[in-house]
Structure formats: C-alpha cells, structure tokens
Ligand binder design. Structure first.
Ligand code: HEM
Length: 399
C-alpha cells in the first residue's frame, strides 16, 4: 500500500482514537465505575462503534499441518516470538515486560528457558483472569482509563503473588547465605536455580542477576503452567472415563497387568486422545490441526488406528511428515519445555487413579457435561462430579 493512501486512514484513526480517549477519560473521571455496564450497551460495544478495539492483535489462523510445521520449525527465525504479553506481563514479571512465554526469542529467552529445562524440573484464579487482561496489551494508558477495575484487579494479583512468593524466595536466599552452600549449589528447587542464574544485561554484553520481582513472575509462571494444565487435563480424562466405563475397564486392566513396569500403550493412547480432544492451552497462537472427531476414542492411537505413530515433539531436525497431526504443546523453538514432565505426571496420576478407584456417574445427576470454558487454560465449564468407589472395599464418595 502506498503512503498516500495510508495517511488519510491514519489521520482518521488518530481522530477516532483521540475522541475515544477523551470520552474514556471524561467517563472515568465523572462516573466510576463505567456507567454503561448493561447487557445492551457494554463498553466493548461503545468502543466498537468508535472503531477501537483495545488489546486487539491481528491473528492469522493456519489450519494446514504441513504449513504450520514449515512455519514453526523450518522458518523458526520468523516465527519464534509469541505475541507481546503487553500490559499484564510487564506487571506480573516485575516491570521487565517478560516471562519465558512472552520474552522475544533471543539471549534472555535462551537463559531463562535453559535454566528451566536443564536445572529444574493454583494460582487458578489468576489464570482465569489473564484473558481479560489482554486489553492492556496495546494503548495501555487508554485501557487503564477504560477498564479501571480490571487494572486494579491486575495490580491486586501482582501484589498477591509478591505476598505469596517473595517471603519464600527471600527465606531460601537467606538460608543459602547463612549456611554457605557450594557454588554453584546442587540444584534443588526452581527458586534455587533462579537465585544463581545470570541473564544478559540490557546492554547485551554484561550479565546480571534476576531481581526479586522477576523471580516472583517466573515462579508464578512455573506453578501456573505446570499445575493448571496438568490438573485440567486430568479432569478431562476422568470425565471421559466416567462417560465411557468400557475404556476405564480396559485401562485399569492394562495398568494392573503391567505392574512389572512394562510400557502401557493404552494408557499413552488415553492421554494422547485427551490431548487431542481437550487441548488445555487452546488459545495458543499456533497449535491444533487435527480436530476431526468429537468422539473420545483412544483406540485411534493404538496399532492400526489413524493416529498410530503421531508424535508430539516436533524438533528442528525432524522433517515435516503426515504424522504431525496435533500440537497441544506447540512446536518449534517455543514448544512447551514441560512436555515430558506433563506426560509423565498425567500417566502416573491416571494409572494410580484408575487402579485405586472406579469412577462412576453420580446416579441422580445428568450425564457428565463436556462443555469447555475457554480461559487461559481450557477447563470444564461444569467441574466434574463423580461417584468414586475405592476398589479395595465398597465405600462410596462423591467428589
Ligand atoms: C498438559 C500439560 C501442558 C500443555 C498442554 C502445555 C502446553 C503448552 C503450549 C501449547 C505452549 C506454547 C508453545 C508454543 O507457543 O509453541 C506452552 C509453553 C510453555 N509451557 Fe507448557 N504445557 C503443559 C505443561 C507444562 C509444564 C508441566 C510446564 C513446566 C514445568 C510448562 C511450562 C511452559 C513454559 C515455561 C512455556 C513457555 C515456553 C517458551 O515460550 O519458550 N508447561 N505450553
């Protein structure tokens, strides 16, 4: 597009933005909270009328598996940055604008990511709030005027993270200082690794320690990414087992028979099917290709099924193949570093839960509802309620 044709457009956008800024400013001063908080006239509707969508980031959806893999793996130089986390992230990562998930691909990302993967291996409310904080991604000052309550909520979340994690981080720091650990110490906790980590300084030449505020953000990211996703996925798996006692019986039988430690193909197939059918990170801006069937059928991942041999890890050295059908953990450089850890936990917990209990539908309730709640992590809109029967005796519990 030529500059000439852009200018009038830019000028009118500027005028609209100025107008909306003024309206927002006046409204926030004159009447708080926002006066049009009704279903009919929402602030989103008013802003849409003015042609403004705060936090809106242009999105391209790629549905073709080969194209997605080509972009993420072979053209990784162009596609290794996640969309800027913007307002929310800079608040929760101690004013430095980035956690591992949002930092642009470069030396700081390498240092933080390598530390997580090589050195270490609930805040649910905050995870649920995150999508709403996207309005602060662009025009943050304007967004703060338009959404003052949301902004306050974001600051409250950050303060709460500091209250929860800072005393623990400082206690570990103090312990290391007074007890005199060898340097570098044997890695024990993620906080330990962060205390000793040195990341590139802003000048790109020197190295620096992380600030306390940054550590609070990273610990929070770790807990959120590691527990929220796995717990959500387990709940989806159990919900499907309640609906399909045949799958549950086969799974339990396989795990019991494999008490000697043999690999459990069906257990892996159940986990894979759950990741296909209910990927917990649905909003990831590069991810799910294979959404063919609504039916929960682990058999598709067994020998002879259409999912046999489907891989989850798609490294830079592997070729794009027709077997790349789903990427619940993303792909390319920014692929989830916790994938192995997550699969291990999912299989471990699921194997134990189905051999210790039978999971049944609560007889006086409707069939388990699989409607999803697409927040930052995709959870069940109606949390699972099941009749849990210990397999060793016949006590019943509703959970
Ligand atoms: C079922 C469990 C999990 C799922 C489905 C999942 C999914 C994802 C996805 C889709 C991404 C974005 C990848 C991309 O953009 O290409 C991601 C990133 C990330 N995940 Fe996970 N994850 C899970 C568990 C975990 C665990 C257990 C940890 C920590 C131990 C973790 C830590 C992270 C981190 C730090 C990132 C950001 C990586 C980066 O930007 O370099 N995740 N995850």
């Amino acid at each position: 597009m030529e500059m000439g044709s852009l200018l009038p457009h830019a000028a009118s956008l500027f005028a609209v933005s100025m107008a909306s800024l003024m309206i927002a400013a006046v409204l926030s001063i004159v009447r708080r909270p926002w006066p049009w908080n009704t279903a009919a006239i929402s602030r989103e509707a008013v802003l849409r009328l003015l042609g403004v969508r705060l936090g809106d980031v242009p999105t391209t959806v790629v549905r073709d598996g080969a194209v997605a893999v080509d972009a993420l793996v072979r053209r990784a130089d162009a596609f290794s940055d996640h969309p800027a986390g913007g307002g929310a992230t800079s608040i929760v990562s101690g004013g430095r604008a980035h956690n591992i998930n949002t930092v642009p691909h470069g030396p700081l990302w390498v240092a933080l990511r390598r530390n997580l993967t090589s050195e270490a291996f609930h805040p649910q409310e905050f995870l649920r709030f995150l999508p709403r904080a996207r309005v602060f991604s662009t025009f943050q000052k304007a967004a703060r005027l338009v959404y003052p309550d949301r902004w306050k909520q974001l600051l409250r979340h950050r303060r709460r993270q500091e209250e929860m994690y800072l005393p623990l981080i400082r206690a570990i720091k103090e312990q290391r200082r007074t007890r005199g650990t060898p340097s570098p110490p044997p890695p024990t906790t993620y906080v330990d690794t962060l205390l000793y980590l040195e990341v590139p300084a802003d000048d790109g030449r020197r190295r620096r320690k992380l600030s306390d505020g940054e550590m609070v953000g990273l610990v929070s990211e770790y807990l959120g990414a590691a527990t929220g996703t796995v717990v959500a996925q387990l709940e989806w798996a159990l919900a499907n087992l309640v609906r399909r006692p045949d799958i549950q019986t086969r799974l339990c039988g396989e795990v019991e028979a494999a008490a000697g430690g043999e690999p459990c193909a069906y257990l892996r197939a159940v986990v894979m099917e759950c990741l296909r059918r209910h990927p917990p990170v649905s909003s990831v801006q590069r991810h799910m290709i294979w959404t063919l069937s609504e039916e929960f059928s682990p058999e598709r991942f067994m020998e002879g099924g259409e999912g046999e041999g489907v891989r989850l890890a798609i490294g830079s050295k592997q070729k794009a193949t027709t077997k790349v059908k789903m990427m619940p953990f993303g792909a390319g450089r920014r692929t989830c570093p916790g994938m192995g850890y997550a699969i291990l936990h999912l299989e471990y917990f699921l194997a134990n839960l189905v051999t210790a209990f039978e999971w049944r539908r609560v007889p006086w309730e409707e069939e388990v509802d699989l409607t999803a709640d697409y927040g930052f992590i995709t959870t069940m809109q109606h949390p699972l309620r099941a009749l849990v029967v210990p397999l060793s005796n016949d006590r019943l519990t509703v959970v």
